[in-house]
Design a protein around this ligand. Structure first.
Ligand code: PLP
Length: 420
């Protein structure tokens, strides 16, 4: 066969690492063309919540394909989008009354930033600065990169990124420094703060406490700074509750959701906003409208998948399954934490992470990363460490036997790493 012309994301083709070809999937398991059974330990990049090819979601997609495939969404509407918007406003905090559709986590963030700037511009205010948290990740489009951590991911594109003000990550014992920095930054009247609630994902699965999130929200409210919660990763039960914000008892002004919105089956995103943000754009003046769209906004097939996901949340004991898969990981994580070169074992809901000691240097480009990746692949596991940080974020339906395989293999990896 001639070499594939595909250019894969976040892949260094020059390393010649194998790229498995997946033919089908079910639950927490992927099957390759050459007959391997691979356990999906990271929900295929954090998207698959109830399991791959969930029958209710697949059936909803199949049914929708017989009715309406695609329709322009500027000035037009359709039943799956209407049902979804109503379903979302029913399940999400009641203050978030408006639903704007897009296609990915990154675009939901772009939309959130534009909503925030549009809000202030339409109020005749010069507020245009965005506050961000150190180590954040919000996606790979230019705006999303701008509000994310600067580093290996985006160094080449730095000239395109806009300036932001960064508050430190609330390390244990240093929480007050974060809050003080936020208070200080808010005095300059920025437009908004964007945060990943309770856990920073691609930045290294860094967890911080709910009370800090609550305090950050309160500081923003005191200074009229819009509070944007990027729940692209944390939403849909990942941290143990439907939204991570719930654990801090807060409601953002703007909320970004994607990934698990369709149960992880097809791409779709929403940015939800309080009525005041919508009202700032409401006018008979066309120049004040919200200038954002993409061709596939609110694609009917994707909306049908999301409606099936919402039905599962309404009708099935999803939070119970989440509590169960979280509890089943607790003991296993404790065993890992006891290994000599394992540091910072942490868990929030269904997500667990550990750092392996890498004397050559930690971080995303840690030398351990490629070796760990190869180790897990050789053991038929989809686990994709962030440098020397190994984490799991399995689908909620994963079995004990498959969890055992994942944890045993991480223990082996820790042992391998200690002998390098
Ligand atoms: N925001 C957060 C918190 C994420 O974790 C991600 C992706 O991992 C994104 C935004 C970007 O989402 P997408 O990859 O769908 O563009």
């Amino acid at each position: 066969m001639t070499p594939s012309p595909i250019w894969h994301p976040f892949t260094q083709h020059g390393l010649g690492e194998p790229i498995p070809r997946v033919s089908h999937a079910e639950g927490a398991v992927l099957y390759t063309d050459d007959g391997r059974r691979i356990v999906d330990g990271i929900s295929s990049w954090w998207v698959t919540t109830h399991g791959h090819c969930h029958p209710r979601i697949m059936a909803a997609i199949a049914e929708q394909t017989t009715k309406l495939d695609q329709i322009i969404f500027a000035g037009w509407t359709h039943e799956p989008a209407e049902t979804l918007a109503r379903g979302l406003t029913a399940i999400m905090p009641p203050e978030l009354t408006r639903v704007f559709f897009s296609d990915s986590g990154s675009t939901s963030v772009e939309v959130a930033l534009k909503m925030a700037l549009g809000f202030w511009a339409n109020h005749g205010s010069a507020r245009d600065r965005i506050l961000v948290m150190e180590h954040s990740y919000h996606g790979d489009t230019i705006g999303a990169m701008s509000v994310g951590a600067r580093g290996a991911f985006n160094a080449s594109y730095a000239p395109l990124l806009f300036d932001v003000s960064t508050i430190p990550f609330p390390v244990t014992g240093g929480e007050q420094a974060t809050l003080d920095a936020l208070e200080q930054a808010c005095r300059a009247a920025p437009a908004a703060l964007i945060v990943e609630p309770l856990i920073l994902g691609a930045g290294g699965m860094l967890v911080y406490p709910a009370w800090v999130l609550a305090e950050m929200r309160a500081i923003c409210a005191r200074h009229d700074v819009l509070f944007v919660a990027d729940e692209v990763m944390t939403g849909w039960g990942r941290t143990g509750t439907l939204l991570a914000c719930e654990q801090a008892g807060i409601v953002p002004d703007i909320l970004c959701l994607s990934k698990g919105l369709t149960g992880g089956a097809v791409p779709l995103a929403v940015t939800m906003a309080r009525e005041a943000i919508f009202e700032a754009h409401l006018s008979t003046d066309r120049a004040r409208m919200f200038f954002h769209s993409s061709s596939y906004t609110a694609n009917p097939i994707a909306c049908a998948a999301a409606n099936a996901n919402l039905a599962i949340w309404r009708e099935e004991p999803v939070l119970g399954r989440i509590a169960d898969v979280s509890a089943r990981q607790g003991d296993r994580l404790a065993s890992l934490a006891a290994l000599p070169n394992v540091r910072h074992a942490r868990q929030i809901g269904t997500i667990i992470a550990i750092d392996l000691v890498d004397p050559a240097g930690s971080g995303y480009l840690s030398h351990l990363g490629p070796r760990l990746l190869a180790h897990f692949l050789a053991h038929d596991l989809l686990v994709r460490p962030l440098g020397n940080t190994v984490y799991l974020m399995p689908p909620y339906c994963i079995t004990d036997a498959d969890l055992d395989r994942l944890y045993e293999s991480i223990a082996d990896a820790a042992d391998m790493a200690s002998r390098l």
